[in-house]
Design a protein around this ligand. Structure first.
Ligand SMILES: [Cu+2]
Length: 362
């Protein structure tokens, strides 16, 4: 409410200043000053100086925000290809930034230099210059080709099937949560079929598929080992979701009825990332805000988020990713139950519940 009132006051103040200026001009005209429509050389000079002032203010504003917000961006990339993506991003931003500054400087500087004046400072006029046209076509052409080539190469490295040993994990999305399924000892995921979806089998796992019995299903959080290739297969049960793992610079759509994939090699464990100075600082800032709200503090975690607006609880569709040292990962994995084991327990439970009901009916 206070924000709304503040904006209302600012807008009213601007309207008031405009009306006062109008009254001032009309009064000046009545006193025999210059008519409103007449633009003098000093008006032009004033506007020319304002052009330069605007350019400098704009530049200052932009750099100030870069200075304030860059430290709040994501910490260092936690995957091998993430470092390449960051390099590519910075490379693009430097080119875009350089071109934006140069073109804006020219725009405002020429408006300043050639302001309307009786002095002879007219710009040179020429109809065409093939040489100039060639330069401004060929140079951007070459730069864009380099950018696109590097982008396509990095993209295909990430999305093509990985070379050598890897750990297959399926990320299964539904409104509104994630399930991770490890392919188990055989590293092959068992089949799933939407017709087999039930309350106890929300992924629709095909329990008759022998390849699926060693699969491991993880909810709430999933672990991956540092330094190993993780080969993600992505699926969705209902609408399009998008698996977004910002710390690893990875994102891919999850589309119902088809399987998409991507892979990466994690390079920093969760424990080491928690010791990163930028992470410590940013988490401290978040915890300060939480403390003011009377909420419990949080710890840094890598996240799997949904990055496709998929419905009402989309904002809350997330899962923690824990990057372990390989031996800790093996220890965690050894403690997990396979689909064969859990489904047997659940089937037994359902059967015994069913028996109970039949018994009660009798
Ligand atoms: Cu979503």
């Amino acid at each position: 409410m206070i924000t709304l009132l503040t904006w209302a006051v600012i807008i009213l103040a601007i309207v008031l200043v405009c009306r006062l200026m109008k009254i001032y001009e009309l009064a000046a005209e009545l006193r025999g000053g210059k008519p409103q429509w007449e633009v003098t050389e000093s008006d032009n000079r004033m506007n020319a100086r304002l052009m330069i002032l605007f350019f400098l203010a704009f530049l200052g504003f932009a750099f100030y925000h870069l200075y304030v917000f860059i430290p709040k961006l994501l910490p260092v990339a936690a995957s091998e290809h993430g470092a390449k993506m960051d390099w590519l991003f910075n490379f693009n931003m430097i080119i875009i930034g350089f071109v934006a500054i140069v073109t804006n400087f020219c725009l405002f500087y020429f408006a300043f230099k050639y302001y309307g004046s009786k002095k002879n400072n007219q710009a040179t006029f020429f109809v065409e210059s093939h040489k100039l046209e060639l330069i401004w076509t060929v140079v951007p052409g070459i730069v864009l080709t380099v950018i696109i080539f590097l982008g396509i190469k990095t993209w295909s490295d990430i999305t093509s099937a990985p070379q050598g040993e890897n750990i297959v994990i399926e990320l299964y999305a539904k409104q509104f949560d994630w399930t991770a399924r490890y392919a188990g000892k055989d590293n092959i995921l068992g089949k799933r079929n939407f017709k087999k979806i039930t309350d106890t089998n929300p992924m629709g796992l095909d329990l008759t598929d022998p390849k699926g019995s060693d699969d491991i299903v993880a909810r709430n959080e999933f672990h991956i080992p540092k330094g190993k290739t993780i080969y993600f297969k992505l699926g969705s049960r209902d609408v399009i979701h998008s698996a977004y793992m910002p710390h690893f610079r990875a994102q891919m759509n999850c589309v119902p009825g088809m399987s998409t994939e991507l892979h990466y090699i994690p390079t920093i464990t969760t424990d080491s990332m928690r010791k990163d100075p930028q992470v410590i600082k940013n988490i401290a800032e978040v915890n300060e805000i939480l403390a003011k709200k009377g909420e419990a503090p949080i710890e840094f975690n890598y996240l799997l988020l949904c990055n496709k607006i998929c419905g009402l609880s989309h904002y809350n569709m997330q899962m923690n990713i824990i990057v372990d040292e390989p031996k800790d990962y093996e220890a965690w994995l050894a403690k997990q139950k396979t689909v064969g084991e859990t489904m047997k327990v659940e089937t037994a439970e359902t059967n015994s519940a069913g028996d109970k009901m039949t018994a009660e009916k009798k």
